[in-house]
Design a binder for this molecule. Structure first.
Ligand SMILES: NC(=O)c1ccc[n+]([C@@H]2O[C@H](COP(=O)([O-])OP(=O)(O)OC[C@H]3O[C@@H](n4cnc5c(N)ncnc54)[C@H](OP(=O)(O)O)[C@@H]3O)[C@@H](O)[C@H]2O)c1
Length: 246
């Protein structure tokens, strides 16, 4: 798909995108920059891909473990963030009996508490300005039961409820929504490709995975003024996966 030159008019927006060293986060950062936004990148560590992307986009970057409350607060500091995209996430594939207590804790720490800590770090200044947007990256696996993902799916379901709770608490000033991807062609999927996942992908009504750019377009729509009457919504971008799963 060829991106339109600037359909979203993001010129006046500063966006912090967590987990933007690669995958959906990096695609969102590239497209946001193309559409005029000021982008602040984030990665877990100061990795080469993060530094290279920052150079490519002439953008600031921060790095910290999203699961470390103090580190998040320090890394965000006094940054002025108009749109926060809580995208950093992990998706280990383990069955219920294989998941250790440490696995459960880590999956919830990164996928649920990460968005909590980043949101807490930017919300005070959003409230001072009287406006802001937060977009949480959930998963289609949060909607219906999908085999083999007890910790990840339940963590993303928690993120959906966090999205609606925050949307109510911070209305009318901060709009809070989520995007629920089905399968997007990133390292995350590549790493977890198993016969079960392969079968799930084959079953998608649109018969393919999304590109990371297709996720980015939806995130940027929600970030833009075109979506100023949408809050508390979890938007599926899954080629129909959630119609046929569960
Ligand atoms: N790809 C899909 O099909 C799919 C489907 C449904 C939902 N999602 C969701 O979409 C989001 C992005 O997925 P993706 O496929 O783009 O993933 P990815 O390619 O694996 O990239 C993950 C990003 O998150 C960062 N990250 C991971 N753990 C972190 C931590 N503890 N602290 C800070 N940053 C951390 C990584 O940074 P480093 O490089 O520094 O580790 C990287 O930038 C995730 O929330 C994922 O659950 C993806």
């Amino acid at each position: 798909m060829k991106a339109a030159k600037n359909p979203y008019f993001l010129e006046d927006k500063t966006m912090l995108i967590t987990g933007s060293s690669r995958g959906i986060g990096a695609a969102t950062a590239r497209l946001a920059k193309q559409y005029g936004a000021e982008v602040i990148l984030h990665g877990r560590t100061e990795s080469e891909p993060l530094k290279l992307l920052a150079k490519e986009l002439d953008s600031k970057y921060i790095f910290c473990d999203a699961a470390d409350e103090k580190a998040v607060k320090k890394a965000v500091g006094n940054l002025e963030v108009e749109v926060l995209v809580n995208n950093a996430g992990i998706n280990p594939s383990k069955t219920f009996m294989d998941l250790t207590g440490e696995d459960w804790k880590r999956i919830y720490d990164v996928n649920v508490f990460g968005p909590v800590y980043f949101s807490q770090a930017v919300i005070p200044r959003m409230l001072e300005r009287g406006q802001g947007k937060i977009i949480n990256i959930s998963s289609a696996k949060s909607h219906n039961h999908v085999r083999g993902k007890p910790a990840y799916a339940s963590a993303k379901a928690a993120l959906n409820r966090l999205t609606t709770s925050m949307a109510e608490e911070f209305a009318p000033h901060i709009l809070v929504n989520a995007v629920a991807p089905g399968f997007a062609d990133t390292e995350m999927v590549e790493k977890t490709l198993s016969p079960v996942i392969r079968a799930q992908i084959d079953n998608i009504p649109l018969k393919r995975m999304a590109s990371a750019d297709e996720m980015a377009e939806t995130v940027l729509f929600l970030a833009s003024d075109k979506a100023n009457y949408i809050t508390g919504h979890v938007l599926s971008v899954d080629g129909g996966f959630s119609i046929v799963s569960g």
